[in-house]
Design a binder for this molecule. Structure first.
Ligand code: 13P
Ligand code: ZN
Length: 274
């Protein structure tokens, strides 16, 4: 008899399932849109699984040597967020980066022979960069949050201009993401090139908008990554609700400065005209 606990009772599995359902219900993850990867502690996973026992091995198709031995719970490619709660073992997987860093052992999940998200390169490269900045970093989250996406069609795509507009759309924005949002132009998704470009932005920002596609967020846990994306989406929703009508009132740069200072956040000073 195994002395391991039932994996579906693991907090990291439950939280991942709840996050997927939540994001689906917000309308951000149509069909198979969106993906999550969450780096786990080996000792936590070992309560539920034999971390040295691979069900099978998959190619990760790029050099993830810096993450050798790291374990992630990841959403599956082509899998629908709406279905995760009803069949977690099919729609999610737990993988461990092995071999020379170009392979991953599947420790659990992907039960229909599935694979991790096609955006795995962008996730793993972003994990590498965020971990260099913050050793407590754990989560990369990608989603098609509706108003953020809409905003990329009608707003200038400079990082400064886009961030400034979001900061003006709601008082909490500069407090939640004082580091602003990085932006990539439209690019083909699911490959190393967009992965490298995203990871490069992640050196400077915890958020990266993919124009006409969606957004990447990072965090120390699922809540933080989700909260960042949710706050950008709130700002973008206000912007889209204004819908080009004449703006009579806004949060002025001097007020944004006062706000950031009152909350003690390290904001991008060069993004304000002061
Ligand atoms: P996956 O189904 O491979 O995770 O892709 C979804 C997506 O949002 C691509 O950008
Ligand atoms: Zn996507």
């Amino acid at each position: 008899m195994s002395n391991k606990k039932e994996i579906l009772t693991a907090p990291f599995v439950i939280e991942t399932i709840r996050t997927c359902s939540n994001m689906y219900r917000l309308g951000w993850d149509e069909r198979n849109g969106g993906n999550i990867s969450f780096m786990l502690e080996e000792k936590d996973v070992a309560e539920y699984l034999d971390v040295n026992k691979a069900i099978r091995q998959i190619e990760v198709k790029f050099d993830a040597r810096e993450l050798l031995g790291k374990i992630f719970i990841v959403t599956g490619t082509g899998k629908y967020f709406k279905n995760v709660e009803f069949d977690p073992a099919k729609n999610l997987g737990i993988i461990r980066i092995t071999g020379d860093g170009a392979k991953a052992d599947v420790l659990w999940g992907f039960s229909d022979g599935g694979r991790p998200t096609s955006e795995l390169p962008a996730h793993l490269m972003s994990h590498i960069e965020r971990l260099k900045i913050d050793p407590s970093h754990r989560v990369i989250m990608h989603t098609h949050s509706t108003n953020t996406l809409a905003m990329t069609y009608i707003h200038e795509l400079s990082e400064r201009a886009f961030t400034r507009t979001l900061w003006q759309m709601s008082t909490e924005c500069i407090v939640v993401f004082p580091d602003g949002v990085g932006i990539l132009p439209w690019m083909l998704c699911g490959n190393d090139e967009i992965g490298r470009a995203t990871a490069k932005k992640m050196r400077e920002f915890r958020l990266c908008v993919w124009a006409m596609h969606g957004i990447f967020g990072s965090g120390r846990d699922l809540d933080e990554a989700f909260g960042l994306i949710e706050t950008v989406e709130k700002g973008a929703t206000i912007y889209m609700n204004i819908g080009g009508r004449k703006i009579l009132n806004t949060i002025k740069d001097g007020e944004l400065k006062i706000l950031a200072e009152a909350f003690g956040v390290n904001y991008r000073k060069d993004y304000l005209d002061i």
